[in-house]
Design a binder for this molecule. Structure first.
Ligand code: G3P
Ligand code: MG
Length: 240
């Protein structure tokens, strides 16, 4: 089963920081997942929430702050004081870390709350410039963004994200269209998902930090999982 480090190695390092990504880059895992928002000056930054309140010593919406001002905040101490020098990474800085590795990069576009005008084109331009197209999967809860990615560049692999228990997901996924289904763990083992697995479309599940759940998913034919503890999960699954 393929393992993706969720928000970097976020169980032991502050999520979506350079420290979390350097740890993920060191591991012999399949890939890494991270979340992208856009600043007031249109820069792409890697952070999970719409605001910086939970993961920094600042407050406010990413969309209302310039990159140079965002860079002044500490994005590590909320997790552990040793990480006080972590700043918010740009997408470019994260891609730099994985430039010479072979990890798949799952870029999650967080445009489901704020639409972030122009974000899809900016992300695709950056990936094209860096010739990273074959290594990237773009996912989102914003399925209009998933649809737009395919319209702009059909070569990029896409995935639609879901939290819910789904009815006939294959019809909907083909309609978007999306290349893969990324779904919350409990919903992934419902019968409707077996239909997607049977069709050959990749199903990937978040967020799996329990080794017993990982085995259940593997047996169900789930292709990959996102975990906050990639090293522990890699060791556990390799020994089975
Ligand atoms: O992309 C998988 C997972 O990260 C989706 O949920 O909230 O952790 O971004 P979230
Ligand atoms: Mg995510």
């Amino acid at each position: 089963m393929e393992i993706f480090a969720h928000r970097g190695a976020s169980g032991n390092y502050p999520e979506n920081t350079i420290a979390a990504f350097k740890e993920a880059a060191r591991l012999p895992i399949y890939g890494v997942e991270f979340d992208v928002h856009m600043t007031l000056d249109g820069e792409l930054v890697v952070i999970h929430d719409e605001t910086i309140d939970r993961t920094s010593n600042g407050t406010g919406y990413v969309k209302d702050i310039l990159l140079k001002d965002l860079k002044k905040y500490d994005f590590g101490s909320w997790f552990l004081s040793n990480f006080q020098d972590e700043t918010i990474p740009t997408l470019n800085e994260v891609l730099d870390i994985f430039h010479l590795t072979e990890h798949k990069l799952n870029i999650e576009l967080k445009s489901d709350i704020f639409p972030y005008e122009g974000m899809v084109s900016k992300v695709l331009d950056l990936i094209a410039e860096r010739q990273m197209e074959p290594r990237v999967i773009i996912s989102s809860f914003d399925h209009t963004a998933v649809q737009f990615v395919k319209q702009l560049n059909p070569r990029i692999e896409t995935a639609a994200l879901f939290m819910e228990v789904l009815v006939h997901p294959l019809d909907y996924l083909r309609k978007i269209p999306a290349d893969a289904l990324h779904i919350l763990f409990p919903a992934a083992i419902r019968p409707s998902i077996a239909e997607v697995i049977k069709s050959g479309m990749p199903v990937r599940t978040f967020t799996v930090n329990d080794e017993t759940y990982a085995m259940t998913l593997k047996q169900a034919g789930v292709q990959a999982m996102f975990t906050d503890y990639p090293e522990k999960m890699f060791t556990s699954l390799s020994s089975k």
